[in-house]
Design a protein around this ligand. Structure first.
Ligand code: PLP
Length: 368
């Protein structure tokens, strides 16, 4: 048996006709940038996130960068971010002109609020918490710190569409940035992103920044650029948004099944989750000391896995100039050596989940 790490065709197959018909309608309309279909998706996604405004952006990286810039954050400012995240979070801070300041993670893979204080300086302007793997960062202490130091929070929600924290849906604070990269919980048929916010001024400025800095046609107030959600992508996302809750439930159900099959095995980090959050299981990440051996064992038995992420941000060549060194963020470094993401996608079958779990059990029982 072969189990892919991801298979997008299973979620798309039942929607294929509707998606193709809708793309045909967009071609007939002849409106490929902006228009009512983009506004409709923006309004529906804002509603889904229980926020006032949603602005479609070209991708999730730009969404983070433009949100930071909309708050006036840039050159000379410091922005706090986790050491355990995807490169794009930190690259977006750099793209905004600001300096990323990294913080190690807690037991749940996300930024550790207890370590944020010591990273704050006179130059700190914002925190970018990341809701990694589908579970929110521990937002209450983070928002408390942000409030007491007068910092902005821009949540990186790229992996957490619909995740909740104390019944609040992401973004938990004022503003969040989403990616609609195809494999995300809500994914486009290409690149896409959005900024979601309750702040009307920020919404206006993000829209302007992503549309050549125009206030109105040919009136360029600020040096913006072009980063918009295409009409075809917005139309497809609007169809897919109606299925997001169901897909998230399938992911949660899969996580539950993996957990039940594997809970008696000594794999650290298996059920890590705060009690007060609802994890949307973007990824199902286990933590195994002999990760690479386990990964090879699974691969040889047809199970595809992935690593999110093999190198923490501070050890990436791209961020060498930040001046960090090995040992600076021990938790992130440990995770990078031990995390393994199991197959997780809507449409995965019980047989596949059992097969994957069975092989993992096989790996550990061979030890005994
Ligand atoms: C945590 C995180 N932040 C940011 C991004 C960037 O999103 P995009 O690929 O749409 O630019 C991604 C997605 O790849 C991500 O996983």
């Amino acid at each position: 048996m072969k189990v892919p790490f991801n298979d997008l065709s299973r979620a798309h197959e039942p929607l294929r006709e509707e998606i193709l018909r809708t793309i045909g309608e967009v071609i007939d309309d002849g409106i490929f940038i902006g228009g009512e279909r983009v506004s409709k998706f923006e309004s529906n996604f804002a509603k889904f996130c229980r926020k006032e405004y949603c602005i479609g952006i070209g991708n999730g990286s730009d969404a983070i960068e433009l949100a930071l810039r909309a708050y006036g954050i840039g050159q000379g400012d410091e922005v706090i971010a986790p050491a355990n995240t995807y490169n794009a979070t930190v690259a977006a801070i750099v793209a905004a002109g600001a300096t990323p300041v990294l913080v190690d993670c807690d037991d749940y893979f996300n930024i550790n609020p207890e370590l944020i204080h010591r990273a704050i300086t006179q130059k700190t302007k914002a925190i970018v918490p990341v809701h990694l793997y589908g579970r929110t960062a521990n937002m209450n202490p983070i928002l408390d710190i942000a409030n007491s130091f007068g910092l902005r929070t821009i949540e990186d929600c790229a992996q957490a569409h619909g995740a909740t924290y104390l019944s609040n849906i992401t973004p938990i604070g004022e503003t969040g940035a989403f990616s609609f990269y195809p494999t995300k919980n809500l994914g486009a048929l290409g690149d896409g992103g959005a900024v979601v916010t309750d702040n009307g001024e920020v919404a206006k400025r993000v829209r302007q920044l992503g549309n050549y800095g125009q206030r109105e046609k040919n009136v360029h107030e600020i040096a913006g650029r072009n980063s918009r959600l295409d009409t075809i992508q917005a139309a497809v996302l609007d169809i897919k948004l109606r299925h997001l809750e169901d897909w998230n439930n399938q992911r949660k159900d899969t996580a539950c099944k993996y957990h039940n099959f594997l809970s008696d095995i000594d794999i650290r980090g298996l059920i890590h989750s705060y009690a007060c959050i609802e994890d949307v299981s973007h990824l199902y990440v286990i933590q195994a000391e002999r990760r690479d051996e386990l990964r090879g064992f699974l691969a040889s038995r047809g199970v595809e896995t992935a690593i999110h992420y093999p190198t923490p941000i501070h050890l990436q060549e791209a961020f060498k100039s930040l001046g960090y060194k090995k040992g600076d963020f021990p938790r992130a470094e440990q995770f990078s050596k031990e995390v393994l993401s199991l197959p997780m996608f809507p449409g995965i079958t019980d047989r596949e989940i059992e097969y994957v779990s069975g092989k993992i059990r096989g790996f550990y029982s061979a030890d005994r």
